[in-house]
Design a protein around this ligand. Sequence first.
Ligand SMILES: [Zn+2]
Length: 769
Amino acid sequence: MITELEVVAKGGLLYNIGRVALRAEGNFNEENFVEKGREWIEKHLKNDDSALKIAKSLQEKDELFFLWKEAHSLACKNEDIKYFTPNPIISPFYKIRNPNNLNETLNKIPYYQLQSEKPQIAIYNKPIINHENYRRLIEKFKKDLQSTKPPYGINLLTMLMEKHLSNIPLGSPFDDVSMFRHCVLVSAISGCLYLYLKEKRRDKDFSVASIVDCLSSEKPFLLVGGDLSGIQKFIYTITSKGALRALKGRSFYIELLIEHIVNEIIDNLNLTRCNIVFSAGGNFCIVSPNTDNAVSELDKLKSRIETFLFNEFKGELQLHLEYIAFGEESFKNSASVSDGLGEKLEKSKKTGWQKRLKDILKPESPHENCLTTQCDVCFREDVSLVSLQRGDEALQVCEPCYFQYKLGEELLEISEGISPVIYRLSEQPQGDYVKIEKFYYCFRRSRDEKLENLADKIYRINNFNAENYNKPNNIFLPLGIYKKRGLKELTDAVSDFGINRLAVLRMDVDNLGKIFGSAIAEQERTFARISEISNRLNQFFKYHLNYIAEGKEIDSLDIAERGVKNKGRNLMIIYSGGDDVFILGHWLDVIETAFDIRRYFELFTGNRFLTISGGIAINQDSYPVYQYARDAEELERLAKRDNKKDSLALLDDRKVGWNSFDEVIERIRLFKKFLKTESNGFVIDEQKLPKTFFYGLFSLAKVFRKEGILVLPKAAYLISRAKFNNCADEDVLSIKEVIMNSNEKEWEITELATLVTLMLMRKGGRDHE
Ligand SMILES: [Zn+2]
């Protein structure tokens, strides 16, 4: 049974498809795109009842057609969309000005290629495209459609449009907004208008007059915002017992929880996933109709989830769910509605659990199981404990920790799968699961035939393969999931090359508030553009990051020439999404990845005003994970201190701007020429340098930092003791220049390069100085 709403939402998504079809024929005057769209739908979405209805409405130009037309106009602020000649899409980040100097704009336009790469890279030489490129693109789209069966559900179509239409522009004046993002927005607006008119106009009057009337005088939409607070503390306050699994499990639990809440809103308000404007990092934003039904459902949901979280986590996690009504104007300039929503969320956060103060203050004696003990993972003592077998050791943990640990265990498992899946079931399945409210979530490395039929929702992780989307309940879910194969315990990542150490990287985009605020001129802050930017950021951190972290398919940094491109990186993504990352692994892999992320981020946005900073905490594997998390956070804060962001902070509070970091790497490469490389570390080549050379250099650097002078006799002595046999003259000259130097900045670089080189030389964890 198809519902009219389904026709409306799907029709909104497909309303502009004719433009793409025309471009593929070399017809860049898109006046007849509606007619072309109808033809395309009839031809390629055969035997699909709702598609037929859409085609009919497009042909007869009935009320639904006007609904889509109006939704389209709203999404592109009533501008006439022109294409003229085949132009590539402009990077959606192009309009972002320098957040520290709003008068500064990019002087070159960054473009994306039509075909998506992994990861996407912006280029400044405008790529030349023609109808042939479009033809190939739409052929692939058609081929994907052919590999599935009707009905072509909205989730399948959205996934396919994301796959194929993300890198083509809507058209002028929105050359930086993708066809995909625009179509999704048109679908969302269509659905909202439909539901609004259905409730507010008794005779279900969808006439043009009625639509225009409601848009001109009413606020038919709601912007719904969600924000989960307490995440940091929830994820990182854990003991060292089973840390890797508990950490991964907890961090993913948050993502699942947000997905669960978003889903409940979508389902209870009769929306589709097109209505999700944004969802990542514990935040989400949904556009809904401003109907009494939506408001009452939202209020019900809010209190239901609140109760669930309170009972499950005793107030540690709290959902702030707010909404604000808006009308036509906000599609042109979303600033006031998003600021308004932000204020409401802030206010809610300040209020905290005030309404539940009585529950919180209620004296609670420890659970009888906990009179002498507490949860081995999270220290909780108010609930019964269960036994968790971990190798030879049995942990006593609370139930939520038990499930999160199991979740972490399964995630470690499924991240090694080819096409990982999450099944949502409403009945208790066999084996392990995570339960949120009344639903059970099961994880598999690949398709599970039995669960396939039982599940009411199926999440396909990073899976763009159309064949897997045969049923309408299949949902595409991008997820930062990379993990080195076989990495199961922290100790697995400790020894790889050089000194035995682990590292945690925390990193996020600088000035994010300004980027979505003042950095984009107010008249440019359209709903579609803001949504495009936030989703692209999320795409980078959730999808592309997997390739960057693995290091195999990119031009990865490989300081010690260990063969990163072949073996990948020894690390795992604990969390990534929105605009930030948390990565844990071998120290060298983590440093190199930080560098790669920054480099690819700049390539991705094509906008040098968008910078990224991070902190890397390096320590032994016995060091508590929560302490790593805290140290890395502290270092990240240091990297972002003052106006000089765009930096990395590591190793006893050293802050290095990324540009200097390039020089550090160059210097390490120079040092490497005087060293021998063994399988697990550098060793001194005594034909070239004396054994203690780098210790000597390091102490010279330290003296320079403290006193600002070069101790000349010591520098000369250092050089005089080197044999430099079989060394290239220019390398010898370079290293002498490094030593005989009285430039402060140069010595800063030398000091850090020497320190890293010494770390690369220490094997087997022998930490003698
Ligand atoms: Zn616990």
